[in-house]
Design a protein around this ligand. Structure first.
Ligand code: ATR
Length: 281
């Protein structure tokens, strides 16, 4: 029940109709008797400054930021965490003593979802499919965590080349780009494959971002698509015996990492996951 002690959290974006976050957070707080409330705030861009001042005045302890403000929000913050700075976008803000600090838990959550399955990142060789916003967060986080080699491939090759060059100059010299039709050549040496594209998402559930025939059993598969929770890529590689991480894990962990940042408490990961699965069915 909301009372005078309830700690307030929010989500800023536009539109928010399809967001799963309010549901995921509020369900988990309720189930665990945590006196927090997570409120969707659908706002237009010219209101951001006023809204941020209002959140401070109302005593909010933090908020998430989603499309289309993940980059824009950065100009209003007092401080930005190093990983978020490298990724170039913020999806979580903590409010402390009237100051705003930005984080990127898409990156942190991605790493956590791998660690949760004991997937080793350090010194591994990773193939990332896609070169858009999600790939940025994933690729930069992986390079920051010490992968040996990061190959980026993308339908539009130029974008893979550009992201790869940027990572080499901004983070560490660990990345190279690969043409889509040449990926088969490196599959044998790959420890982890990450799909960051929307290929396989409903309604295109019969597509995979790359052919799975030559993927090795030792390769771990991560798909950021969460609807369906088991994409064709996940199903086919799981059948081969690969370890798999689905998009729900990444969603849950970006939320639970945000909760940890706001509260410094352990987050109710299991209930967040249950709520998402219910929501998606
Ligand atoms: P997000 O923020 O979710 O990453 P995005 O920035 O629009 O979204 O990037 C989408 C990524 O999925 C891109 O890498 C895109 O490839 P292009 O750069 O060639 O557009 C990739 N993608 C989307 N649909 C695809 C498809 N049908 N086949 C292959 N790649 C696809």
């Amino acid at each position: 029940m909301i009372d005078v002690n309830t700690k307030l959290l929010g989500l800023i974006g536009y539109p928010l109709k399809h967001s799963f976050s309010p549901n995921m957070h509020n369900y988990a707080y309720l189930k665990n008797n945590l006196n927090y409330a997570y409120i969707p705030l659908e706002i237009e861009e010219d209101k951001i400054k006023n809204v941020l001042n209002s959140l401070k005045a109302l005593g909010f302890i933090g908020f998430n930021v989603t499309i289309p403000y993940k980059v824009k929000i950065m100009e209003y913050l007092d401080d930005i965490d190093e990983l978020a700075h490298k990724i170039g976008s913020v999806n979580t803000v903590k409010i402390m003593n009237g100051k705003l600090k930005g984080y990127n838990t898409d990156g942190l959550g991605f790493i956590k979802s791998l660690e949760n399955k004991d997937i080793k990142i350090k010194r591994s060789k990773v193939l990332v499919i896609g070169a858009g916003g999600a790939s940025r967060a994933v690729s930069i986080s992986l390079c920051s965590r010490g992968v040996e080699k990061l190959y980026i491939t993308n339908r539009t090759y130029k974008k893979a080349e550009k992201l790869s060059k940027e990572i080499n100059s901004k983070v560490r010299k660990c990345s190279s780009s690969f043409k889509f039709d040449e990926v088969g050549k490196i599959l044998k040496e790959i420890d982890i494959i990450v799909n960051t594209t929307s290929v396989g998402m409903k309604p295109h559930i019969n597509e995979t971002p790359i052919k799975t025939d030559n993927i090795m059993k030792k390769t771990d598969i991560v798909d950021i698509v969460y609807n369906p929770s088991k994409t064709k890529l996940i199903k086919e590689t799981e059948k081969k015996g690969c370890r798999v991480v689905n998009g729900i894990d990444m969603l849950v962990y970006q939320g639970s990492e945000a909760f940890k940042i706001w509260t410094e408490l352990e987050s109710p990961v299991d209930d967040m996951k249950i709520s998402l699965e219910k929501f998606l069915i």
